[in-house]
Design a protein around this ligand. Structure first.
Ligand SMILES: C[S@@+](CC[C@H](N)C(=O)[O-])C[C@H]1O[C@@H](n2cnc3c(N)ncnc32)[C@H](O)[C@@H]1O
Length: 315
């Protein structure tokens, strides 16, 4: 993912920060940290600068200094846009939060929207939507059509595009306005709206006036749960959205033998199979099929995932 960047408001500090970035990219992490310290001397409370300084210090192997910088960032960044809480947890200096900060995820995808499709499909070999579509075809056949599909965390619409041929109405929901704007350009959705899957159903945006409960016979969430952490609110939302007998199709990063879910160095979450199965069952779903598969690449390595197809119980 690309970094979120903001100007410091000080031209010289920005120039030093640019130079520090070049040094870091060239592999001279200690020099990058030193130049970034000089930038921060001019704008000591600049949140984006603190986030960069922490990264360069960590890259240079000075974890204690990185933690100190992240603690200062934590105090300066009230909305946690730069995810100090997650980074401190990854470095072992704080407990992992149950959910990522919403403003961090929103800003991350807002900044990523213009490059998302090309990066994901060309460089990262992203194929979760196609694999989920294949899992659906394997379970329900190629010809079954759906009345209403809700694509949760629809992003730029790669997932909607994989399902639109077999649904009469396609609705897309996402936290990021810029991702939604890109989805609109694909002209496959009948309804697109901002929503937060971590909020309770009545506040999430999935049930705005005119949008009934239990209206969907297919709900898809491709490559989204790794940005949610604990799955309670997601399951409440999907259970409210889906009609009895409806299908919930989604992917997770494979959390292996963990009891529940794990925060990864990538700042995404991985979910254990047993945790997901238990959450589905509690929310009124029967797991019908699942498949282990690489979802995409990260730093050149395949990301192990699990694809799930669950059916909402009739009663
Ligand atoms: C990796 S993208 C996947 C997009 C799309 N499903 C696809 O397959 O291309 C993850 C998407 O989940 C969205 N997302 C993350 N957390 C969310 C939340 N709490 N509520 C709604 N959308 C969220 C992000 O904004 C992003 O667009």
């Amino acid at each position: 993912m690309t970094a979120i960047s903001h100007s410091s408001g000080d031209l010289i500090a920005d120039r030093r920060a640019d130079y520090a970035r070049m040094l870091d990219e060239a592999g001279d992490h200690a020099a990058a940290a030193e130049v970034m310290e000089q930038a921060m001397a001019l704008v000591p409370d600049w949140p984006a600068g603190l986030a960069l300084l922490a990264t360069y210090r960590e890259n240079a192997g000075d974890v204690a200094a990185a933690i100190a910088t992240l603690k200062k960032l934590d105090g300066e960044d009230a909305e946690d846009v730069f995810a100090a809480s997650l980074k401190l947890a990854v470095l072992g200096a704080a407990e992992p939060p149950a959910h990522p900060p919403g403003r961090y995820v929103e800003a991350l995808f807002d900044s990523y929207a213009d490059h998302f499709d090309q990066a994901l499909t060309e460089r990262l070999e992203y194929n979760a939507p196609e694999r989920l579509a294949a899992l659906l075809a394997g379970s329900e056949g190629e010809t079954r059509r759906f009345r209403l599909c809700a694509d949760l965390g629809c992003g730029t619409g790669l997932s909607g595009a994989a399902f639109c041929k077999r649904v009469a109405r396609l609705e897309g929901f996402d936290l990021s306005a810029n991702m939604l704007a890109k989805a609109e350009e694909k002209v496959v959705y009948h309804h697109l709206a901002q929503a937060d899957l971590l909020l309770a159903p009545e506040e999430s945006g999935l049930f705005a006036p005119g949008l009934e409960r239990r209206r969907a016979d297919l709900v898809v969430a491709a490559d989204v749960l790794m940005y949610l952490g604990a799955l309670d609110s997601l399951m409440d939302n999907v259970a409210s959205l889906i009609a009895p007998g409806g299908i919930f199709l989604f992917s997770v990063e494979d959390g292996g033998d963990a009891e529940t879910f794990t925060l990864l160095p990538s700042l995404r979450y991985a979910h254990a199979f047993a945790y997901v199965e238990g959450m589905l069952s509690r929310a009124g779903f029967d797991l019908k099929s699942h498949e282990r598969a690489a979802l995409r690449k990260d730093a050149g390595e395949p990301v192990p995932g699990i694809l799930f197809l669950a059916v909402r119980r009739l009663a």
